[in-house]
Design a protein around this ligand. Structure first.
Ligand code: KG4
Ligand code: ZN
Length: 332
């Protein structure tokens, strides 16, 4: 079964052709980062308009690279939520139009479930149950993946998402946008022990809090204007990654997970990848770290999820609306 998948929930315009939910025939991502950089963050109106311009060519390229034509496809999937409403609408409306024109089913995909499925594309044998740390610009969740499609929420951020904290701190430090990669890079030259920033909610369950560390960075720099930016960045990264790894590790032990998996844009962070790998090895669990391209927003993960959902739930009605606040389908 070949599915054309579309992802436009935030600022990447992406399309992919995925076979049987596991084989990526093509995956094209047009990033709008440059368009938003001068504003220091994603501007929803700008993102929506850019999706309108980019989606047609991106879909055409994904189809061409896969050697696919409309009539060869079995379904069209698109991210239906959560995300920016103006951005979601572009992908959802286009996907419905393609489905209608080619006479094939439309499948609405939950973006978060997409991130959870990304791992299966690169490791179909991923040992379950797994604990997945989903960390992006919009989300920070610890999910217990009991089996494919069966999720339990173990914890989540009570304020900023981890990526949001990276972006805000980078902006404050004058490191530009997007902040995560900038902090990752400059931290390599800094001393992570220079400042002991607070680990939010350390030792308290599986929820996270990143607004405290963000404020501490601001206060520290105001008090010590001469502090080396690389040291401050590295110390901040140490506090965020430290608490992410500590809680993920404890969660994996609590549910008896066989694997630990990362998802979302922050999963591209070098220190996080290094620490999760070491922690899993020490605890005798498998660490599964999707490639950077698979961690950040892409349509291949949407295609994998669409295939799974089509088999479980069947097609999504064409009058289903995009939902900016959609939550992960959790089991009781
Ligand atoms: O999943 P994603 O591409 O988009 C959504 O938010 O859904 O994640 C983007 C986030 C941004 O906040 C970005 O700063 C962060 O992921 N990020 C990183 C790194 N690469 C991207 N954060 C830390 N270290 C990185 N290397
Ligand atoms: Zn995402």
């Amino acid at each position: 079964m070949r599915i054309l998948a579309i992802e436009t929930s935030c600022d990447e315009t992406a399309a992919a052709v995925v076979e049987d939910g596991r084989v990526v025939k093509s995956s094209v991502v047009a990033s709008q980062t440059d368009l938003h950089a001068r504003f220091g963050g994603v501007v929803p109106e700008v993102a929506g308009r850019a999706h309108v311009e980019l989606l047609g060519p991106v879909v055409a390229e994904a189809m061409e690279r896969a050697g696919a034509a409309g009539p060869d496809l079995d379904a069209v999937g698109a991210t239906i939520g959560p995300g920016l409403i103006g951005s979601l609408l572009v992908g959802v409306s286009s996907a419905k139009a393609y489905a209608l024109a080619w006479g094939i089913p439309f499948v609405g995909v939950n973006h978060l479930e997409g991130h959870l499925h990304a791992a299966f594309l690169e490791d179909p044998e991923m040992a379950l149950p797994a604990v997945v740390l989903l960390v992006s610009g919009g989300h920070t969740q610890l999910v217990h993946m009991v089996a494919e499609g069966r999720y339990r929420l173990l914890g989540q951020t009570i304020d900023d998402a981890a990526g949001e904290a990276f972006d805000k701190v980078a902006r404050f430090l004058g490191l530009g946008y997007p902040g995560g990669p900038a902090i990752d890079r400059i931290s390599a030259e800094g001393d992570a022990t220079a400042v002991a920033f607070p680990w939010g909610l350390r030792g308290e369950g599986f929820d996270f809090s990143f607004s405290g560390v963000k404020t501490s960075v601001v206060n520290h720099v105001r008090k010590h204007p001469g502090a080396a930016t690389a040291d401050v960045a590295a110390s901040f990264q140490e506090a965020v990654v430290g608490v992410l790894v500590e809680k993920t590790r404890r969660a994996a032990a609590a549910v008896g997970a066989r694997s630990i998996c990362l998802g979302g844009g922050v999963a591209a962070n070098s220190l996080l990848r290094e620490r999760i790998t070491a922690a899993a090895a020490e605890d005798g669990r498998r660490a599964f770290l999707p490639s950077r391209a698979m961690c950040t927003d892409n349509a291949a993960m949407v295609g994998a999820t669409a295939w799974y959902r089509l088999r479980i739930d069947g097609p999504t009605p064409l009058d289903a609306a995009a939902d900016p606040n959609m939550r992960l389908p959790l089991e009781a």
